[in-house]
Write a protein that binds this ligand. Structure first.
Ligand code: SF4
Ligand code: SF4
Length: 286
């Protein structure tokens, strides 16, 4: 049986912000949330070969594949101008590529000596569970790679059947909790948080929850009463949770959301002090 391919938006050979230590990060294309605060909105959609970017590309680096149902990108002609990303009506981009697991493994091997682990992010990492399983499983059985930890950065929307598929080869999961209040969560992401909360509970149960990440957007999810409820609910699940508090930044966010305000250090300190009242494993402000 042929191995699953991954639709990859981009690869970062070294990152210090996508999990513990120095990490190789694979950003998958495609997300089932539509967060208004997304810093990489070009990772959300799947290209439907509409051709808008082909017509606009100043480097003539894009053309339809023979099938007419995909776009071919000629990297040697690309001017890196990002015009294709700006004009794409589907929040996608034509630079994403279907990659074989073995090709990704080869790239990891080149930097393995300097790495602590591999993180799959997105887009949404759990939208391509077959690829993630194959990649992580291959890392676990490869003598030159098995020292690397395998982690997922996720919006938490996967159901237990998906978790069951990928957790046996996953060392830890970082879950974004956009808002504890479901109405606010729906406004921020377009989706309910019911499955996200269930995922947090499930990951705790199977001891795979590495951390819960809270992206603070002033005026949206920084109300004291909601933060209090968030901290209460999380601490009721377990006090053995690492919390990471991040401030929203406008960089990369779609131009139709100019109303979102950056989180000041004062706002983040206030959020942190609310969480300090609860006995979590750790609370990190970044
Ligand atoms: S970034 Fe996109 S639009 Fe610009 S040259 Fe490259 S493929 Fe063309
Ligand atoms: S990347 Fe976007 S603009 Fe280009 S063909 Fe695909 S959907 Fe259309």
């Amino acid at each position: 049986m042929s191995k699953p391919l991954g639709l990859v938006n981009r690869i970062l050979p070294f990152s210090a912000v996508d999990g513990p230590g120095n990490r190789f990060v694979i950003f998958l294309q495609g997300c089932n949330f539509n967060c208004i605060s997304c810093h990489n909105p070009q990772t959300i959609g799947i290209c439907d070969a509409c051709g808008v970017c082909v017509a606009e590309c100043p480097g003539e680096a894009l053309q339809f594949a023979e099938s007419g149902t995909a776009i071919k990108w000629d990297q040697s002609r690309c001017l890196r101008c990002d015009t294709c990303i700006k004009v794409c009506p589907a929040d996608s981009n034509p630079h994403s590529q279907w990659l074989e697991v073995e090709l990704v493994l080869e790239k990891i091997r080149r930097s393995a000596a300097f790495l602590s682990g591999v993180t799959v992010s997105g887009g949404e990492a759990t939208q391509q569970p077959e690829f993630v399983f194959e990649l992580f499983n291959s890392i676990k059985i490869d003598s030159s790679l098995k020292h690397l930890s395998t982690m997922l950065d996720t919006n938490g929307s996967a159901e237990s059947s998906t978790w069951n598929k990928i957790l046996p080869v996953t060392d830890g999961v970082m879950v974004d909790l956009k808002a504890y209040d479901d109405k606010v969560h729906q406004k921020l992401t377009g989706t309910s948080n019911v499955q996200v909360l269930q995922s947090i509970q499930y990951l705790l149960e199977v001891d795979k929850l590495f951390e819960v990440r809270l992206l603070i957007i002033p005026g949206w999810n920084d109300q004291e009463s909601m933060l209090q409820k968030t901290a209460e609910w999380l601490s009721q699940q377990s006090t053995n949770i690492s919390i990471k508090i991040l401030g929203f930044r406008q960089h990369g966010v779609r131009s139709e959301y100019p109303q979102l305000q950056q989180a000041t250090p004062e706002v983040l300190e206030k959020v942190s002090s609310t969480f300090q009242n609860f006995p979590f494993k750790s609370i990190q402000l970044v």
